[in-house]
Design a protein around this ligand. Structure first.
Ligand code: DLZ
Length: 197
């Protein structure tokens, strides 16, 4: 029976891929399981742990520049042997990007997952950030020519966010971890980007 919502997940072989995850540090209760879900699916698809690089930035607003810099740094790294690593470059130029973990591999990323959680407050902040981040990530994706997976939840309440991270406390169940879908999308698009090159 076909599902009413979302694409049927495709499982591709990610063993030759290098994937970046950049996440905001606002709403970490929701962010952490999303990042863990994305990483679990990458590993399940065969992406090597050393080829998964996870970085953070302060908030969702910073995600477009963080993705762009992470990709540029990985390109520089692959073009010049002995050059500073992606983590070094990001650390040097963007002090609030901190490495949670970094792989020992090098080379440009095949896809980058941008993860953020925007929860609507009482002001217009949410609308401005949500709109700018969406447009910024699309622009970066097309500029760098690498799939940028849109892992930004724009929710009205904490509970909606928790449900989409698979940690809801509601009696209806825990919800579904969308991070897992983003991991699968990154592998699918990373593989297809190479096939369509
Ligand atoms: C300022 C702000 C607010 C109000 N809400 C969120 C949020 O729900 N999620 C998120 O990721 N970031 C939020 N931020 C921070 C901005 O994204 C940004 O980090 C700051 O405005 C500094 O540029």
């Amino acid at each position: 029976m076909s599902s009413l919502k979302g694409p049927a997940p495709q499982h591709h072989d990610g063993s030759s891929l290098r994937i970046g995850i950049v996440h905001a540090r606002w709403n970490t209760t929701i962010i952490d399981p999303l990042v863990a879900g994305a990483k679990a699916k990458l590993l399940e698809c065969g992406v090597k742990e050393s080829n998964i690089v996870i970085q953070s930035c302060p908030g969702a607003w910073e995600l477009p520049i963080a993705v762009q810099r992470l990709f540029s740094a990985s390109q520089i790294q692959s073009n010049a042997s002995g050059a500073p690593s992606a983590t070094d470059l990001l650390g040097a130029s963007t002090h609030d990007l901190t490495a949670l973990s970094a792989g020992d591999s090098s080379g440009p990323f095949d896809a980058i997952i941008a993860v953020g959680v925007l929860i609507k407050g009482e002001t217009m902040h949410f609308e401005y950030i949500a709109d700018s981040v969406s447009q910024g990530l699309m622009r970066v994706q097309l500029d760098i020519g690498i799939p940028v997976i849109f892992g930004v939840l724009t929710v009205l309440t904490d509970e909606q966010g928790k449900s989409r991270a698979g940690i809801s406390t509601s009696p209806d169940g825990k919800g579904h971890n969308h991070g897992e879908d983003w991991g699968l999308a990154a592998v699918e698009m990373g593989v297809k980007k190479n096939e369509w090159a």
